[in-house]
Write a protein that binds this ligand. Structure first.
Ligand SMILES: Cc1cc2nc3c(=O)[nH]c(=O)nc-3n(C[C@H](O)[C@H](O)[C@H](O)COP(=O)(O)OP(=O)(O)OC[C@H]3O[C@@H](n4cnc5c(N)ncnc54)[C@H](O)[C@@H]3O)c2cc1C
Length: 247
C-alpha cells in the first residue's frame, strides 16, 4: 500500500446524501491490487481526524461525529490508467461498442459530457437510426417512508401490504418490495431491492429485513429460496437447510 496522496487530491469531504445520510470520505490511498476494496482502521481514523472538526465548526449544533453511529464503510477502486486521461473510443472488434474506460475522478462530474462524446462516436462511426420509442425518463414513485400519515392510511386501505413494514430501519413496506419485484425491470436480488426501496440500507444493514425480502422475492418471482442471490451470479444467501422440517 502506498502513502495517502493528500497534497494532490481532493480526497473527500463531508457529504450529505440525497437520502439524508451523512458520508465522510473517501480517502485517496493508492493500492496495487485492482480488486482490493478493503477498508482500514487507519483510513477511518484519518477521515474522522480530517472531517470531524470542520463539520463541528461549519455546523454548530450539528450532531457530533460519533464513531459508534457509523452504519457502514465502503471502499472503491479508482480506475487508474496512469495516463491521467479517460479512454473513450470505438471498439475495433465489436460493432456498436464504445469503450469508456479508465474513468477515474472526476468521472462522475464528467458523466454527461462522456455520454455526449459516446453518442457522437456512435453516430460518426456507425450512424445508427434513432429509436423513436426510447423513453429516457422514469417516473419515480414516492417511498412509503416519505408519505404523511394520511397518505399512508390511504395506501394501506387500497393495498394492505403497505401496512406491513419489512425494513424497520428505513420504513420500507411489503407493498413497495412486491412492486419492485414486479417492476418494469424486475428487481429479483437482495441488492436490487435495496437499490429500489432502501430496504437494508439502515442501521442494521439488512440483519432484520434480509430474510423477509428473500421470502418476498422467492414468493413473488417464483424462485426457490436457495436460489435467491444477494447480487446476481452465484451470490446465494442460503446454502441449504439446517433442520429437516417434520411434516
Ligand atoms: C473513492 C472514489 C471517490 C470518487 N470521487 C469522485 C468525485 O468526487 N467526483 C467525481 O466526479 N468522480 C469521483 N470518482 C470517480 C467516479 O466514481 C468514477 O469515475 C465513475 O463512477 C466511473 O463511472 P463508470 O460508469 O465508468 O464506472 P462505475 O461507476 O465503476 O460503473 C461500472 C459498473 O459496472 C458494473 N460491472 C463491473 N463488472 C461487471 C460485469 N462483469 N458485469 C456486469 N456489470 C459489471 C459494476 O458493478 C458497476 O456498477 C470517485 C471514485 C472513487 C473510487
Amino acid at each position: 500500500m502506498l502513502a495517502e496522496k493528500v497534497q494532490h487530491s481532493k480526497g473527500g469531504g463531508v457529504i450529505p446524501t440525497t437520502d439524508g445520510n451523512l458520508q465522510f470520505g473517501p480517502t485517496a490511498v493508492e493500492v496495487c491490487d485492482l480488486e482490493d476494496v478493503s477498508t482500514t482502521s487507519e483510513g477511518l481514523e484519518s477521515l474522522f481526524h480530517r472531517f470531524g472538526p470542520p463539520l463541528e465548526r461549519l455546523k454548530p449544533g450539528y450532531e457530533k461525529p460519533d464513531k459508534g453511529k457509523i452504519i457502514t464503510q465502503f471502499a472503491g477502486c479508482r480506475a487508474a490508467t496512469y495516463k491521467e486521461d479517460f479512454i473513450i473510443e470505438p471498439s475495433k472488434k465489436v460493432k456498436g461498442l464504445v469503450h469508456a474506460a479508465g474513468i477515474q475522478s472526476p468521472g462522475l462530474a464528467s458523466a454527461p459530457a462522456i455520454a455526449e462524446r459516446v453518442k457522437d462516436i456512435l453516430v460518426e462511426v456507425w450512424n445508427p437510426s434513432e429509436n423513436s420509442n426510447f423513453e429516457p425518463k422514469r417516473k419515480r414513485g414516492k417511498l412509503f417512508s416519505e408519505l404523511d400519515d394520511k397518505e399512508r392510511a390511504e395506501l394501506i386501505k387500497a393495498n394492505p401490504l403497505y401496512g406491513h413494514i419489512v425494513c424497520r430501519c428505513e420504513t420500507v413496506s411489503e407493498g413497495e418490495t412486491v412492486e419492485a419485484v414486479h417492476g418494469r425491470i424486475p428487481a429479483t436480488s437482495i441488492d436490487a431491492i435495496k437499490r429500489r426501496t432502501r430496504a437494508g440500507m439502515g442501521r442494521c444493514q439488512g440483519g432484520f429485513c434480509m430474510p423477509r425480502v428473500l421470502e418476498i422475492i422467492s414468493r413473488e418471482a417464483g424462485i426457490d429460496k436457495e436460489l435467491v442471490t444477494k447480487s446476481e451470479g452465484k451470490s446465494y444467501i442460503l446454502s441449504g437447510k439446517l433442520k429437516q422440517v417434520r411434516k
